[in-house]
Design a protein around this ligand. Structure first.
Ligand code: IMP
Length: 176
């Protein structure tokens, strides 16, 4: 499982530079405001922890657990909630932080779920987006990198649970 051939794709330095830029953009938007930053588990935990440190605002942290891939490499299209938000977001500014938007189904589900709780505003952000893989329309407010429709791992993203701890993003060359 952990002997897949990986091709480095987005370096640690490129990721950190992008996180800094996104942090500055969100700081401009929310400076002096209270913001609930929602981490979508598990994949966005690393991006999220870097991003919240790059935003200068009054942030509280919430975690939303969803599973859609069930360990494979193609989306099942079904979104299963594994952990709901612990606190209400009604009347609050919410920043929803995703690792990657592939078909768009998960992000659309998450947006619907948050909006149904009547936040003051909802800002969506994804580190990666695969525009060619979208199956539904999915508008994002901020995207780190647009990438081709290839399977990637690292910096929180996994293949069957592995590779999340890589500090960079790599394309998988050989599935077994
Ligand atoms: P979507 O619902 O198809 O947009 O899928 C979103 C979820 O699928 C993400 O939050 C990831 O957990 C997972 N995913 C999509 N593409 C990749 C990939 O290239 N590598 C690892 N996980 C992925």
């Amino acid at each position: 499982m952990t002997n897949l051939s990986l091709k480095p794709y987005i370096s640690e330095e490129q990721i950190q530079q992008k996180v800094k830029e996104l942090g500055q953009t969100l700081t401009k938007k929310f400076k002096g405001e209270k913001v609930v930053a929602v981490c979508v588990l598990k994949g966005s935990f690393m991006f999220y922890s870097d991003l919240v440190r790059a935003i200068d605002a009054d942030i509280t942290c919430e975690f939303f657990g969803v599973a859609s891939y069930h360990g494979g490499t193609s989306s099942s299209g079904e979104v299963k909630v594994t952990l709901d938000l612990a606190s209400p977001v009604e009347g609050k500014h919410v920043v929803l932080v995703e690792d990657i938007v592939d078909t768009g189904l998960t992000m659309n589900y998450l947006k619907g779920s948050i909006l149904s709780r009547n936040p003051k505003s909802l800002t969506t952000i994804a580190l990666l987006e695969k525009p060619e893989a979208l199956k539904v329309e999915c508008q994002l407010d901020h995207v780190g990198f647009k990438i081709p429709n290839d399977f990637v791992v690292g910096y929180g993203l996994d293949y069957q649970g592995y590779y999340r701890n890589l500090p960079y993003i790599a394309q998988v060359q050989n599935f077994q």
